[in-house]
Design a binder for this molecule. Structure first.
Ligand SMILES: Nc1nc2c(ncn2[C@@H]2O[C@H](COP(=O)(O)OP(=O)(O)OP(=O)(O)O)[C@@H](O)[C@H]2O)c(=O)[nH]1
Length: 391
């Protein structure tokens, strides 16, 4: 199909198989199913994979080149290895950054190349005009600035896609200039050198993108652990107070902010009788029960050891029935007791203090104080019940 003789076609196919097979063997020996480009070390893995695969191809090139084109061994090695290296660097990042599903892929493209974010891609495209206009291979480094802007703006996948397009464009441009004799190439060595330089240029945006992505992932993890309780996943005290403050500030006429303070009853007994681990399980179980009784947008926080709070999403003062929700929590906790590892169930109860405020400008401290008073009353009245205070 390529016009090569059967023998040559066989050699080309063997070269590709050897190169790809060696790369796969490398992944297998490193116990890597794939390379996660959001890891910082991933670019070095891609580089190593490309070098190993390209060198395997180069070894076959040493044998094949003199037979096919009558050149020397070392020409065969450099041509073959260089071509494979550029191909690997162009395609591997895209392969490893490819989203798992087609839906994810389309979503990623839509998100990154939406009207508001398309400028870096367009700028890169325009920058590719300079090498075309000048027919000078040195100008092929010019679009790197645009690609780096893309790396700062887009996901690793979209950056890898744009980088691949740049590589294809650059390789075509070099071949065109080489074929026309438009530039001062002194032979295959120069051609290969510039191809390998293109792959180095192409690696730069991938390095930047992988670094930015892994930093974002780390920051998101840190932010999550700073704002959430590690045992239950509920908001931490500080993050909950911030959410409550936001709710109070966005309060408008006709709405109310409702705060639940909930404290597990005789929790010390659970720890003393069943051990601390059972106590931890009871805390986790309680949060799951409460979450079942809430709607999306309602926020639960862990305020202290066995004390929790809930603030509800925007509520219409007339329609919202806070005691009804509290009753649902009591009932669900009663119906679904914690089951211990030995199969025995461990029933426990909760006391709930509710405070509501419907006047914009009321203070958060007053609301918390009212809920705390209500909780104290619920405890004093015998526990396993709810008391409501209105600010
Ligand atoms: N297992 C476990 N226990 C906790 C945790 N945080 C707090 N506690 C325990 O919760 C208990 C709270 O005890 P108290 O404040 O006396 O309250 P209580 O026994 O629940 O009694 P009342 O609140 O008056 O009904 C203490 O024994 C704490 O050690 C936790 O994360 N895990």
């Amino acid at each position: 199909m390529t016009g090569a003789s059967v023998g040559n076609a066989l050699i080309l196919a063997c070269g590709n198989l050897l190169s790809v097979g060696t790369g796969l063997l490398f992944l297998h020996l490193c116990r890597l199913k794939t390379i996660d480009l959001s890891e910082r070390a991933s670019v070095f893995q891609v580089l190593l994979l490309a070098l190993i695969g390209a060198n395997a191809g180069g070894l076959l090139g040493m044998v094949a080149w003199p037979k096919m084109f009558g050149g020397t061994f070392h020409e065969g090695y450099f041509y073959w290895a260089g071509t494979d290296f550029v191909n690997y660097i162009a395609f591997l990042p895209l392969l490893f950054a490819m989203p798992a599903s087609r839906i994810e892929l389309i979503r990623s493209l839509r998100r990154d190349l939406s009207q508001t974010k398309v400028l870096p891609a367009i700028t890169t495209l325009l920058m590719c005009g300079l090498p075309v206009w000048t027919d000078n291979p040195n100008a092929l480094a010019f679009p790197l600035l645009g690609l780096l802007w893309c790396a700062f703006t887009y996901s690793v996948f979209v950056t890898a896609l744009l980088t691949l397009l740049y590589c294809l464009f650059a390789l075509l441009q070099i071949s065109r200039v080489f074929d026309q004799g438009a530039a001062d190439f002194s032979g295959w060595a120069d051609l290969m050198l510039i191809r390998v330089s293109i792959s180095s240029i192409a690696l730069a945006p991938i390095v930047v993108s992988a670094y930015i992505h892994s930093t974002r992932v780390q920051v998101a993890k840190l932010a999550y652990s700073a704002n959430h309780d590690s045992l239950t996943g509920a908001l931490s005290r500080a993050a909950f107070m911030e959410a409550l403050q936001d709710r109070m500030q966005s309060l408008s006429d006709g709405q109310c902010v409702t705060l639940f303070l909930m404290d597990l009853d005789h929790f010390k007994n659970i720890n003393d009788t069943h051990g601390h681990l059972a106590g931890d399980s009871a805390i986790v179980h309680f949060v799951q029960v409460v979450q079942q009784c809430l709607r999306a947008g309602d926020v639960i926080g862990r305020i202290g050891g066995e004390e929790f709070a809930v603030v509800f999403a925007e509520e219409n003062k007339e329609d919202f029935d806070a005691p009804l929700i509290a009753d649902r929590i009591h009932k669900t906790l009663n119906d679904l007791p914690l089951v211990l590892p030995d199969g025995k169930s461990l029933p426990f109860t909760v006391s709930i203090g509710i405070a509501e405020c419907s006047t914009p400008g009321d203070s958060l401290e007053a609301l918390v104080q009212q809920a705390d008073d209500a909780l104290y009353k619920a405890k004093a009245a015998g526990r396993d019940q709810t008391v409501l205070n209105r600010v």
